[in-house]
Ligand binder design. Structure first.
Ligand code: PAF
Length: 285
């Protein structure tokens, strides 16, 4: 496995691999890798001749300087894990390698078709501009045949699919199911920042979501939405930012259960956690 920190080096490697007829799959990450990332990497290794993983904490998608500063960074540990998984190339650039000062300081413009007006987009203005900025740059660089994203970031996945369409990228986007701890807690790099006590409280998030699935169909969407908010806020130490049941494709609020997805963001102490659940029985996680 090679760890490359410049675009030129990565391009050269990829040119040689393509010249040898190899197919390239890609997993973009911000590092601090866990079993959720490994599930994407495993699939990428299995489905392509060469698996490229980027490890880059993208500053332009953070709208909170403290969150960016505190984001866990562990390249050595990540690289060891990726080598075990059979990854061929790791791309780990600096922010200066990825962006010119102009790019760093100006909001990247993209027509989200409304997908950025809800949920994460509403609470983290500019976040998805940064995501599209970095992923489009990485796609141009790596030119993968397939790219792998987790369904935990449900809205991100919908936006990446739109980006591929609008920008005409020739890449298949593969969405991979959420990986959970045995307790049900969705795996996240942010879980590292939870104390043992906070972690126990955080488990309630997925438990309430799973229970809410038993109510779906028997009650209205509005009823279940309110129920989830009440249940989570009743747990000491959890503070809901939003819970929205939306259409799984348009991400607009829905009043029907068909294709409905519930997306939640909760503060557990200082740590912001996200999770989601599909209500349509055929798509259940
Ligand atoms: O999901 C993430 O880790 C990031 O948003 C991504 C896709 C790697 C872009 O920085």
């Amino acid at each position: 496995m090679k760890i490359l920190s410049t675009q030129v080096l990565l391009r050269n490697e990829l040119e040689q691999l393509r010249a040898a007829g190899k197919t390239v799959g890609f997993v973009p990450t911000m590092g601090a890798l866990h079993a959720g990332h490994c599930s994407l990497v495993k699939r990428c290794v299995a489905e392509n001749d060469v698996c490229v993983v980027s490890v880059f904490v993208n500053p332009t998608q953070f709208n909170n300087a403290e969150d960016l500063a505190k984001y866990p960074r562990s390249l050595e540990r990540d690289a060891a894990l990726l080598e075990q998984q059979g990854v061929a190339l790791v791309f780990a650039p600096t922010p200066e390698e990825m962006y010119s000062p102009e790019e760093m300081n100006h909001t990247f413009e993209f027509d989200f078709g409304g997908l950025d007006q809800v949920m994460e987009g509403k609470y983290r203005p500019g976040h998805f501009n940064g995501v599209v900025q970095v992923v489009s740059k990485l796609f141009r660089l790596v030119q993968p045949r397939k790219a792998y994203f987790g369904e935990k970031d449900y809205q991100q996945l919908a936006i990446i699919r739109r980006m591929v369409k609008v920008m005409d990228f020739n890449v298949e986007i593969v969405g991979c199911p959420i990986v959970r701890e045995p307790s049900g807690l969705a795996l996240s790099s942010r879980n590292e920042r939870l104390s043992a006590d906070e972690k126990q409280r955080a488990v309630h998030i997925s438990q309430v979501l799973f229970e809410s699935r038993n109510l779906a169909g028997k009650h209205t969407v509005q009823y279940v939405q309110n129920w989830v908010v009440e249940q989570i806020n009743a747990v000491n130490g959890l503070q809901m930012e939003y819970y929205e049941i939306v259409d799984g494709t348009t991400l607009q609020p829905t009043s029907v259960w068909d294709n409905a997805v519930g997306c939640v963001t909760v503060y557990c102490g200082p740590v912001r956690l996200i999770d989601n659940i599909k209500y349509t029985t055929t798509q259940n996680q």
